[in-house]
Design a protein. Sequence first.
Length: 101
Amino acid sequence: MNLRGSVIPIFDLAVRFGLNRTPDNARNVVVIAAHDNQTVGLLVESVSEILSVSRDRIQETPDLRSDNSRQSIIGVITVDEGMTRVIDLGAVITTGKRTVQ
């Protein structure tokens, strides 16, 4: 993706979590994020809200079925009456031991 003259990699979060590719859809969104001075895009099906939370609200991750998900989730937070996963961006954009650039 070209963002203001810089080419940035796009990661499909569904694939990173061991699911099927995100289907093409008019609601698809690319969320721009930065990690260790690297700007990346995260392809998601949609975005319902953006939250800012303090680290002390992050609870331990419950057991997950998928090893891919377990490595990329650092915890959960309570939102309204449900739980939302907190991802480890570094784990999502790292392939093996090398960060994709």
